[in-house]
Ligand binder design. Structure first.
Ligand SMILES: CC(C)(COP(=O)(O)OP(=O)(O)OC[C@H]1O[C@@H](n2cnc3c(N)ncnc32)[C@H](O)[C@@H]1OP(=O)(O)O)[C@@H](O)C(=O)NCCC(=O)NCCS
Length: 167
């Protein structure tokens, strides 16, 4: 049965849950987010509820008070005014490993597109890496197309693939 969840924008008060959620999926990223730039802490500071960035989170309707994630089962992060003031960049996307293939990331991305559309943004950019077929399949299914590839950008023969979508 599909989990019941709702989608909302995160607030500064969600800091701990956002950080814990990113830590949960850290090793699904290549390289892990904790090993990039300022690590997870700086990422959350830069992307949580700022004038230019925020997350949309899918949160279970029924959640245990003892759940350290506060019921977070999926999250998409977006930075606006990316290449120009009508473009945006998806800086994070993941679904909780126990809740994948229920359409949660699809719903998060559709909701994000609706919000960006309302504010007249025209293009969403993002990137992924070549050893992540789930993400490539996902983004292609969502209507993104690969417009640039940087070979071996991440070492070990792993390429960075840049995608974009007109909305
Ligand atoms: C990629 C990811 C975000 C997909 O999240 P999800 O909530 O499981 O995806 P959805 O259930 O919304 O899937 C939507 C579509 O994506 C495709 N898809 C999702 N997971 C897939 C997989 N493992 N293999 C192939 N296609 C997949 C399917 O086409 C699916 O549509 P369908 O169900 O009609 O076939 C999830 O696997 C994840 O969190 N991965 C680890 C983090 C990551 O790689 N993030 C992206 C970094 S750029």
């Amino acid at each position: 049965m599909n989990p019941a969840y709702s989608i909302k924008e995160t607030r500064k008060a969600d800091y701990l849950q956002v950080k814990r959620f990113i830590e949960l999926v850290d090793n699904d990223f290549y390289p892990p987010l904790s090993k990039r730039g300022g690590g997870i802490h700086e990422r959350v500071d830069a992307c949580l509820d700022t004038p230019e960035a925020n997350f949309l989170v899918a949160r279970l309707e029924e959640r245990s008070v003892s759940d350290p994630l506060g019921g977070f089962v999926g999250m998409v992060g977006c930075t606006i005014n990316w290449k120009s003031d009508d473009t945006a960049y998806i800086n994070f996307l993941a679904t909780h490993p126990d809740y994948r293939n229920y359409g949660i990331s699809r719903e998060l991305c559709m909701r994000l597109e609706e919000k960006l559309n309302e504010h007249e943004f025209k293009i969403i950019y993002l990137c992924t890496w070549s050893s992540n077929p789930a993400a490539m399949k996902f983004y292609e299914k969502m209507g993104y197309y690969a417009y640039s590839i940087v070979l071996n950008d991440r070492g070990n023969g792993i390429d960075t693939i840049y995608y974009k979508k007109k909305i």
